[in-house]
Design a protein around this ligand. Sequence first.
Ligand SMILES: [Mg+2]
Length: 384
Amino acid sequence: MLLPDGCMVFPSQLRLVPASGGTMFAEWFDLWLSLVLPIRPPPDTDRLAGSLIGQCLGDAVGFVVEGYSREICQEYVDEILLTDKAGTIGRSPHAFGQYTDDSQLARTLIESYVACRGFNPGDYARRIAELFSEQRVVGRGRASTAAAVRLARGVPWREAGVPAPYAGNGAAMRAAPIGWMFPHRQTTLIQAAQDQARITHTDPRAVAGSVAIAGAVALALRAGHGRLKRDVVIDTLVRWVRPIEPLFAADLEQLHTLLSRDPADAHWLISRAGSKSGEADTHRWPTDTDTISPYVVPSVLWSLYSFLRAPDDYWRAVCLAVSGGGDTDTTAAMTGAISGAYLGLDAIPRPLALRLNDCGTWDFESLCGLVDAFSAVQSRGLVS
Ligand SMILES: [Mg+2]
């Protein structure tokens, strides 16, 4: 049977499949797997809340120094975040606690899922256009803004995305909830991560970044605290990304050796990652070449490095992400989403999390309420 807007449900399995944008192979392969594998419970609400609050807090913390040099960001980490002064500085005109487009768009993806009872790229695209046209986006990116304008003019979501060679991290930064939706269904997960990316970005590197972040969140949810194996995470993401963008997959594979290097060495290498494509420089901050730019390859690599260097400590992972400088709201948001999914809500500093808000709305309690609504949809058996 069909739900509105192209979401398809197989009544016998009561599993939601993304009809729009998904390949028939992806849908039927996962359906076959669901029949032969034992039923696995959906992720527990505490870890989903950890992922959303972890993303929003990383975003809010990183927003304070977004665009600044590595030296200034390291100073912010050492003298503010790692002392009792954390949360005393905001980003004018916002007080501390404001999060930005990364988390606004991830939150909107969850809202769309709850409203449609499943992933629906057409509905999500409509909500993205609405958010931008109502001027509610904080720290908007170039590609997402251009795509939102096209969507608002009636361009279909499959055709709205900015073409190559623009390969910013705007699709990866909001991809975490895709990992919540399909933690055990890798074919559908990969397809959905690609579809959500293509609403605003069509460059294969930007699409691959979405798969890497959604995939990392799914693997963190699957692993259970204390059972995450770094090499397995890296190898799995390499396998999922390779068919989309082999060069990005090769860079991800370097994480095996990068993780044995200290942050200074790893940062030097990661900040230059992807340059063999010849297009990295278009995404760099104009004043500083030694930061993590909004180019999707280094920012996704640095976020994964930050999480995998400190998998058991949310705050340490987020501080490491921020210390890289440059696109700090996004690197800390992606790191925080993965870390929170792995460690759960209690691993996140509660006094700071309680100050989260989006221009006075969508505070900690509202975000947790949204997670409850998401879990309620999942636990009705509509998804795996
Ligand atoms: Mg942002």
